[in-house]
Design a protein around this ligand. Structure first.
Ligand code: NAP
Length: 355
């Protein structure tokens, strides 16, 4: 990678990830923010610095997609609420690389029309983040290089969902506070499975497990046993107050990999009585082989729900992974590329250590 090159960047959507990505771009020595698309009409026309609660930066947000497509830029950081493949295709065909935390972590055979769009336009599409898109496959793959004869890999998140500053998403899409039946038949498992299955496949391919491994999906809920006062309002007894989603890869009847997320509205008054235990909120990565390793990662969960609502480190980490990927993605061969294709991506030293 050329450490001297600079890259013109557009931010697409300014939710939690988008705002953190703008901060990340402004702090990155090789990146220049040149545009910003917003979904909310009341944000259009405002300086992007104002949208992140800072000083003006001289870039005005727009809700005009054509204006963004016409802009001269190297890369779009695509972070809307839900992915729109047609939108991403337009961005790629306008000659811009796209880095995103909303999907496209690993190409799905036979389904990847965006790979063709990227190749034909001479640009690259890359999906990245934290979970999925970091702790689910990149970090386990890196750790696995210290182990021989890998038999099983597990990457699991244990988080307090009260820290996630997206109440509408938590109530109306994740269906916390609803009935167990609604949550079990709701959209979440489908929304999550696309990305998590891609990450599981990347893990299996990287480790050399058979490509035809069976993928199993599992979902479970815990309900409140007394009224819970939460950021999405009161969750009444019998309503959903915790959810677990898991994806397992099975080869010859043996589970060889498991990805799971455990999201709890606190640790009290749940049935079943799920809790984080003395380890607290964390990410775990367990590799079984020679030698077996067990890694706990902390720091991506805020100390309190209130702090998470102001600035959630997991959201910031997701944005940082997107931002730090930009130079590598812009310099890469065209196509839809995953961690298995790209070089090692790293952060950048604090500006006070600038060379
Ligand atoms: N891979 C990972 O590890 C990871 C981690 C966290 C999040 N994510 C994903 O990243 C994306 C952004 O997350 P977030 O936490 O920033 O979400 P968020 O805070 O809910 O923000 C999403 C933004 O999308 C825009 N938006 C809202 N409704 C929309 C609609 N109907 N159509 C298009 N855009 C709409 C809004 O942008 P404006 O405010 O600019 O109008 C909103 O602020 C989500 O898809 C999330 O699932 C991935």
């Amino acid at each position: 990678m050329n450490n001297q090159a600079s890259y013109r960047v557009i931010q697409w959507a300014t939710g939690g990830v988008g705002r953190a990505a703008i901060e990340g771009v402004l702090a990155h020595p090789q990146l220049e923010l040149v545009g910003c698309w917003v979904h909310s009409a009341d944000k259009a026309g405002k300086d992007v610095g104002e949208l992140i609660g800072g000083e003006p930066v001289g870039v005005v947000a727009t809700d005009d997609k054509d204006a963004i497509l016409a802009l001269d830029a190297d890369c779009v950081l695509y972070a809307p609420l839900l992915p729109d493949p047609a939108e991403v295709e337009l961005l790629l065909r306008s000659g811009k690389n796209v880095v995103t935390p909303v999907g496209w972590f690993y190409p799905v055979p036979g389904e990847d029309r965006l790979a063709a769009a990227a190749r034909e336009s001479g640009v690259t599409l890359h999906g990245t983040g934290i979970d999925p898109g970091g702790i689910t496959e990149l970090v386990p793959l890196v750790l696995s290089s210290l182990t021989a004869q890998v038999e099983h890999v597990r990457a699991e998140e244990f988080s307090d969902i009260r820290t996630y500053n997206a109440p509408d998403v938590v109530r109306h899409i994740m269906l916390f506070g609803g009935t167990p039946e609604a949550a079990m038949s709701g959209p979440m498992i489908g929304l999550l499975t696309g990305g998590f299955t891609q990450c599981l496949r990347m893990l299996l391919d990287g480790l050399g497990f058979p490509a035809d491994a069976e993928i199993r999906t599992d979902q479970a809920v815990a309900v409140a046993t007394q009224p819970l006062d939460t950021p999405i309002g009161v969750i009444e007894p019998g309503q959903v107050a915790a959810q677990r989603f898991a994806w397992e890869a099975v080869v010859g009847g043996e589970v060889v990999a498991r990805l799971a997320v455990n999201w709890l509205m606190g640790e009290e008054h749940l049935d079943p009585a799920w809790e984080f235990g003395p380890e607290g909120e964390r990410y775990e990565i367990e590799i079984t082989g020679d030698p077996s390793t067990f890694t706990t990662i902390r720091g991506f969960q805020p100390p309190t729900p209130e702090e998470g609502w102001i600035r959630n480190p997991g959201i910031v980490a997701t944005a940082n992974h997107v931002v730090n990927s930009v130079p590598y993605v812009c310099d890469a061969e065209p196509g839809h590329l995953s961690y298995l294709d790209l070089p090692l991506i790293s952060g950048r030293a604090h500006p006070r250590f600038a060379r």
